[in-house]
Structure formats: structure tokens, C-alpha cells
Design a protein around this ligand. Structure first.
Ligand code: IPD
Length: 273
């Protein structure tokens, strides 16, 4: 079988994410919560499931041999490409009809994310990236796709920093202590409510940095590539890759400053209890 072409995978990711985004947009405002996850406020709606089903159906119709890892349905298949899917990142935003929610679809080949798309329907925007070929924004408000570059040369004291919080209260108490120590040292904090959108905001220069403890692979797979392809560095605090312990993204110089600050605060420690 021929090697998958990352640009083709990005195109498919983008088309599928946009179709799921349209489905979610059409049904917002009248959705039912079907279960909770890590805490009573960590909800899954019927639309998380409907969007993931659509995404799985479309991906497998186009590429039947591939594997899919989805937030709701887990892993299926074992093909040459593994699709990493968050059908609805920022579910609470969606439930409350706030704008910052997204569909995230990434393609992983040999353990490496090579293509990804994040569709943010409320912004009429789709962010895409292909490994080594840059990050791009397609927006209904701009005539043609625009190549993205993250902000650079921003000192920590001038940085607008996005972050997020988990749902379990013990984790939140610790995240609250960390953000209380970060806030006096930066321009300001933003809490938009979806990791995929925050990473795209780093790529687009809408914030200077993003950090969060407790993200899942599907939250950051596509957005992480988009941020890196826009010139940001992503990772944890101890030379590790971005992941559940910590996801930090910023231009390399700011990344280093924030990494040192967050490491001094043990911001990647496991929550007590
Ligand atoms: C996440 C949560 C969390 C936020 C993360 C999101 P999900 O979305 O809303 O509070 O801080 O950045 O990814 O998984 O609940 O849809």
C-alpha cells in the first residue's frame, strides 16, 4: 500500500471537521446531557456522540483500513493512519451556547501527528496544519487561507496567557494555586474553555501562550501540530512531550520562561486525592 500523503490527510481532516461542526452548529441550544465523566460537572452530550459517529463514518468511508481513536468511542481498527478525534472540545461552552468550542481531527502516522484540523464553527474558522508545511487559517471573514505565525519576542510580563482547568475539585484547587502565582507575573490570563481552540489561538497570535494540566491526547493532537507549524514550541515542563501532566505552548523564548516558572510551581504535579 502507498504511503499516506499528509496534505491529503489534512484535507480530509478539514472537510470532516467542518461537516461535524455544521452538525453541531445546527443542533446547538437543545441538547441533552447523556452522562458525566471525571466529576458531576464534566458532561457528555448526545451531540458529542452524534458528531463522533459522523466523523468516524466519514473517515472510514474515505479510508476504510485506518484506525480511529475518539474521545467517546475509544480506539477501533489498526491501520496505517490513526485518526485522533475530539468530536466536541469545550462541551460546557457548547452546552451554554458560548462560542469557544471546536471539532478536532488529527492524523497520526508511525506515532507522529502529520496533519490536523480544528474547526471552530462559532468563529466560522478552520485551522489546519501539515507537518513541515505550515499552519493555515481559513475563515469566512477572510478571502483566502492565511498562513499563521505565533507571536514572538514577547517577554513573560507582557504575555497574554491562556489556560484551562480540569473538573475534579482537588485538581482545580491546585490549578487555582498555580494560576494565582502566574497571574501577577503576566499581562493577563484567558480561560476560553477548549484546549484545541487555545492552541489555535497561540498559532494565530491571539494569545501569546497556553498552558494546562490534565489535557488528553485528543484535545491537543491537531491543535498542537497547528501551534508548532506556526512556530510555537509545545511540551511539558521536564523535557517531555505535551500531555496529561502539562501542555505548554508558546514561542520558544517565552516557552522557556514559562516552563521555568511553572516548573518552580510544580504545576505538573498530580492532583492530591
Ligand atoms: C475541556 C474542558 C476543560 C478545558 C479544556 C477543554 P471538554 O473540554 O472544557 O475545562 O480546560 O481545555 O479541552 O473535554 O470538556 O470538551
Amino acid at each position: 500500500m502507498s504511503q499516506p500523503v499528509p496534505a491529503d490527510l489534512a484535507e480530509l481532516a478539514s472537510a470532516v471537521a467542518q461537516e461535524a461542526g455544521e452538525l453541531l452548529l445546527a443542533r446547538r441550544g437543545r441538547v441533552a446531557v447523556v452522562r458525566t465523566k471525571s466529576s458531576p460537572t464534566d458532561v457528555v452530550t448526545e451531540m458529542d456522540h452524534a458528531a463522533e459517529k459522523l466523523i468516524r463514518d466519514r473517515l472510514l468511508a474515505a479510508r476504510p483500513a485506518d484506525a480511529v481513536l475518539g474521545e467517546e468511542g475509544g480506539q477501533t481498527g489498526a491501520g496505517p493512519v490513526r485518526w485522533i478525534v475530539d468530536p466536541l472540545d469545550g462541551t460546557v461552552n457548547y452546552l451554554y451556547e458560548l462560542p469557544g468550542w471546536a471539532v478536532s481531527v488529527a492524523a497520526e502516522v508511525g506515532g507522529v501527528i502529520v496533519a490536523g484540523a480544528v474547526c471552530v464553527p462559532s468563529q466560522r474558522s478552520t485551522f489546519t496544519a501539515t507537518l513541515g508545511a505550515g499552519a493555515w487559517l481559513e475563515s469566512a471573514w477572510e478571502g483566502s487561507p492565511r498562513r499563521l505565525a505565533c507571536n514572538s519576542g514577547v517577554a513573560m510580563g507582557d504575555a497574554l496567557v491562556a489556560t484551562g482547568f480540569g473538573y475534579p475539585s482537588g485538581q482545580r484547587a491546585e490549578q487555582g494555586q498555580v494560576v494565582a502565582a502566574v497571574l501577577p507575573r503576566v499581562r493577563d490570563i484567558r480561560r476560553a474553555g477548549a484546549a484545541a481552540v487555545d492552541l489555535c489561538s497561540v498559532a494565530a497570535g491571539r494569545v501569546d501562550a497556553y498552558y494546562e494540566q490534565g489535557t488528553h491526547y485528543w484535545d491537543i493532537a491537531a491543535g498542537g501540530l497547528i501551534a508548532r507549524e506556526a512556530g510555537a514550541m509545545t511540551g511539558g515542563l521536564r523535557g517531555d512531550e505535551a500531555g496529561e501532566a502539562m501542555t505548554l505552548a508558546a514561542d520558544p523564548a517565552l516557552f522557556a520562561e514559562l516552563r521555568d516558572l511553572l516548573a518552580s510551581l510544580d504545576a505538573d504535579r498530580l492532583p492530591a486525592g
